[in-house]
Every structure is written in structure tokens, then in C-alpha cells.
Design a binder for this molecule. Structure first.
Ligand code: SAM
Length: 211
């Protein structure tokens, strides 16, 4: 889903930094061979993530929602050599595809996978992290946000994907997922001591920075 006309998004992508060949191969494979490939963040959002990771000198990332590993690989490419990303998912098949592509990249060694439901996986982690990328089951968005807020490093950043949810967030009571995303967005809006911006990039990227 994108709120920007395709020709404009293509023009933006053309003028932005390109993903690696391995990342492009992974995207092609996912689009041709994996059910649900519309879940990929895509090139536009990928270039924004990379930019923010470099700008914020991010070194540690938690990702909720690995899928076939495209966003994890894109983020790993922007991390410094000693950077680390832990990515969480419940699906063993897509996680296996992810690992097989990370193994082809020099940045793959920065990525660690946890194959568990998001909240269960988070409960095994401790410490502070520079970036959270929330892109897993929508019903747990408020809980993921709460956990991330409690484990964010000073000046750390939370990015939550699909926060416009095809535009459905404009209406309350449509369905459980939409209401959960609305709750996440409202909780984020009410935060004090954070800088927030909800961008209409792809299906909505909510950026929340501890300031
Ligand atoms: C939108 S996709 C992630 C896309 C990925 N970030 C990318 O752009 O390549 C959402 C993922 O969340 C996973 N998921 C669903 N329920 C989950 C849960 N309870 N805990 C962790 N992951 C979950 C799904 O298996 C799916 O792979």
C-alpha cells in the first residue's frame, strides 16, 4: 500500500540509494515465490530506514516481523561493522528463506533471529536498544510500543510500520487490527519527552524519538 502515486514513488526510488544485489534478489524471490509478498517494506521505505540508521548512528536494532528477511538485511547494510540486529518472527519457513539470503551477504553476520511470538521473544531480552522496527502482528502494536519505550537508549528511535493501515485508521470500530493500530498511534501521540512524526510513506511510518 502506498499513498503516493506510483510514478512519483518510482521517481523517488530512482533518485535514492539502491539496496544491495542480495537484497534485490531477495525481494525478487519473495515477490515471485512467497505468499504475502505485499508485506515487504519495499525499496522506498528501505531507503528511508537506511538513511535514519546512518543519521542516528544506530548500533543496536530490534525488529518485530522478519518475514523473508528483506527489511532486516536492508537495516544490517546500514549498520556499522559492530552493529547488531535481532529480528523476531513466528514463521519457520519464511525465517529459513531469510537466513539463506543473509548467508549470501557480508552484512548477514550482524543479524540474529529469534523464532518465537513477539512478546515471548522480547521477554528473553534485556538492556537498551537504539532502534525498534515494529512490523509484526498488528493486534500487539500497543504492547510492542510499551516494551520498546521501556528499552530505548537515550535518543533512541522507534519506527512502527503500517500505521495508516490502508487509510482505515481514520475510522474507529472497523476491526480489531485497525483499532489496535489506532490505539498505538494515540498512545504515541500522547507521549511526553519524545519527538514524533507520522509519515505517509508506504502504508504509514510512525517515527518516535526519545528527545
Ligand atoms: C509485515 S511482515 C514483516 C515484513 C518484514 N519486516 C519485511 O519488510 O521484510 C509481518 C511478519 O510478522 C510475523 N508475525 C505474525 N505474528 C507474529 C507474532 N505474534 N510474533 C512475531 N511475529 C509475528 C509474520 O509471520 C510476518 O512474517
Amino acid at each position: 500500500m502506498s499513498f503516493v502515486p506510483k510514478e512519483i514513488e518510482d521517481y523517488c526510488i530512482h533518485h535514492s540509494s539502491k539496496p544491495s544485489q542480495v537484497a534485490q534478489d531477495l525481494m525478487n524471490y519473495t515477490q515471485t515465490s512467497v505468499h504475502g509478498s505485499n508485506m515487504l517494506i519495499g525499496e522506498m521505505e528501505g531507503s528511508v530506514l537506511k538513511f535514519l540508521i546512518k543519521l542516528g548512528r544506530v548500533k543496536s536494532i530490534i525488529e518485530l516481523g522478519t518475514f523473508t528477511g528483506y527489511s532486516a538485511l536492508i537495516m544490517a547494510e546500514a549498520l556499522p561493522e559492530d552493529g547488531q540486529i535481532t529480528t523476531i518472527d513466528v514463521n519457520p519457513e519464511t525465517s529459513k528463506i531469510a537466513q539463506s539470503y543473509w548467508d549470501k551477504s557480508p552484512h548477514g553476520k550482524k543479524i540474529k533471529q529469534i523464532l518465537k511470538p513477539g512478546l515471548e521473544a522480547l521477554a528473553t531480552l534485556s538492556g537498551e536498544f537504539d532502534l525498534f522496527f515494529i512490523d509484526a502482528d498488528k493486534n500487539n502494536y500497543p504492547a510492542y510500543l510499551e516494551w520498546a519505550l521501556g528499552h530505548l537508549s537515550p535518543h533512541g528511535l522507534i519506527i512502527t510500520d503500517n500505521t495508516l493501515w490502508y487509510g482505515k485508521v481514520l475510522e474507529a470500530g472497523l476491526d480489531k487490527k485497525t483499532d489496535s493500530i489506532r490505539e498505538h498511534n494515540e498512545n504515541a501521540r500522547l507521549l511526553e519527552g519524545y519527538t514524533k512524526t507520522l509519515l505517509p510513506i508506504r502504508d504509514g511510518m510512525f517515527l518516535i524519538q526519545r528527545s
